[in-house]
Design a protein around this ligand. Structure first.
Ligand code: FES
Length: 222
């Protein structure tokens, strides 16, 4: 549940950046359609690249919530730097480049979040759907906030900082949650699952599930 809350806030922050980015590029390009097209192209390119590059490595992460926190901090830093850079260069096409670093990191958040929650491959479909659904709900909330409220309350620069603050809060909660999880293992958890998914010791596998192949055998104390 805690991870889903983090995924919701992360999705909201992502869409706050995206809506504000369209606004900034619209002012520079003088055309909202071009600004939207450039933002969406950069956003989807970055997210797909990050999802592929980081997602294919997510299974090897030993402490997924710490990795998730690092991604959130990276998003906050690169998103703020991108807005500052865009205003400094005043060049619309450069906005495409500035938007790539945070969106690549955003693309990595969902695979890592799913890795935080999945301890058994059979749960992948259900958990993955849940994570994507909650993230999209957060994105809808972020788009609504950035479109109608945040710039009125805080101005554009303040809204970017608010989204970065949300990313930072998510990172802090992810670290706290990881610490709590590290010190608590469910009494009913299988040693195989704890070793493989909590400790990241992937040499132990579930093979036949019938006690014949030996894939799940663990030698203790030599
Ligand atoms: S999975 Fe084959 S013996 Fe355990």
């Amino acid at each position: 549940m805690a991870v889903l809350l983090l995924v919701f806030v992360s999705g909201a922050a992502a869409l706050v950046y995206e809506v504000l980015w369209v606004r900034e590029l619209g002012l520079l390009l003088g055309n909202t359609a071009h600004a939207s097209a450039m933002t969406l192209a950069a956003f989807f390119l970055g997210v797909s690249a990050g999802s592929w590059f980081i997602g294919t490595r997510a299974d090897r992460v030993r402490r997924p919530l710490i990795a998730y926190a690092a991604l959130e901090i990276g998003i906050a830093v690169t998103a703020v730097a991108g807005f500052v850079g865009l205003r400094a260069v005043q060049n619309g096409p450069a906005g495409f480049v500035f938007l790539l670093p945070p969106t690549i990191l955003m693309g990595g958040t969902l695979p890592v979040a799913i890795r935080c929650l999945v301890s058994d491959a059979t749960m992948l479909g259900r958990t993955g759907s849940r994570v994507h659904g909650v993230n999209t709900l957060g994105a809808a909330a972020g788009a609504w906030l950035a479109g109608f409220h945040l710039p009125v309350w805080f101005g554009v620069a303040g809204s970017v900082c608010a989204a970065a603050g949300a990313n930072a809060l998510v990172a802090v909660f992810a670290i706290v949650t990881q610490r709590a999880a590290s010190s608590a293992v469910e009494p009913s958890a299988l040693l195989l699952d704890v070793l493989r998914y909590e400790a990241g010791l992937t040499g132990t596998k579930r093979g036949c599930d019938m006690g014949t192949c030996g894939c799940c055998a663990v030698r203790i104390d030599g």
